[in-house]
Design a protein around this ligand. Structure first.
Ligand code: ITT
Length: 190
């Protein structure tokens, strides 16, 4: 069976494909002309919106990820607007660092909601994962994507961008969401 990976973000796509490797699903990319407006009020709603519209539009199973970084001292910003916080990863990081300034509360968490929709657009599976961490004052590391260079995980004394891709996949918000999801996905199509 085909499974459309409904994302336009290359960093995310890479990670999602890694989690799905080894399953019997045949992974397909979302055609770039299908764009979905993220009008939801939560990560969950946006993940459902993306999976459902892509699945229905193509008549295939689809998986979508809606994620973001919530910074405590910024009342949860950039949150749902993580992708729209600037035009490039560098601009997004610089804006966040500027807004956080010298604030001593550096606590943050990455959140990832995943939804899988069946070909008629109905939601078959949904899950969420959260990874707590801290925002550094200067970027460190060059792996990964997005806000990875400023997201520090105290337990591993590294930013997401300093970790091996495997370690990030194991401990990240996306990793936790996929760990919950994969057993159910295997049940739908072993
Ligand atoms: P799609 O909607 O097409 O999947 P997007 O980039 O617009 O791509 P989101 O709306 O879910 O996706 O935005 C998530 C943003 O949060 C993403 O652009 C990154 O800036 C950030 N983000 C999410 N997961 C991340 C991770 O693992 N590492 C770094 N940044 C991440």
């Amino acid at each position: 069976k085909n499974l459309i990976v409904a994302t336009g973000n290359p960093g995310k796509l890479q990670e999602m494909q890694e989690y799905l490797i080894g399953l019997n699903w045949k992974l397909k990319l979302k055609p770039p002309e299908i764009e979905i407006e993220e009008t939801g009020q939560t990560f969950r709603e946006n993940a459902i919106l993306k999976a459902s519209q892509v699945a229905k539009g193509l008549g295939e199973w689809a998986i979508a990820d809606d994620s973001g970084l919530a910074v405590a001292a910024l009342n949860g910003a950039p949150g749902l607007y993580s992708a729209r916080y600037g035009a490039t990863d560098e601009e997004r990081i610089n804006r966040l660092l500027r807004e956080l300034g010298e604030n001593e509360n550096r606590k943050a968490e990455f959140i990832c909601a995943i939804a899988i929709a069946s070909p008629d657009g109905s939601i078959a599976l949904e899950t969420q994962g959260i990874c707590p961490g801290e925002i550094l004052k200067t970027p460190q590391g060059s792996q990964g994507f997005g806000y990875d260079p400023i997201f520090y995980v105290p337990q591993h004394q590294q930013t997401f961008a300093q970790m091996t891709p495997k370690l990030k996949r194991d401990i990240s918000h996306r990793g936790k969401a996929f760990a919950l999801l994969l057993p159910h996905l295997k049940k739908i199509y072993p």
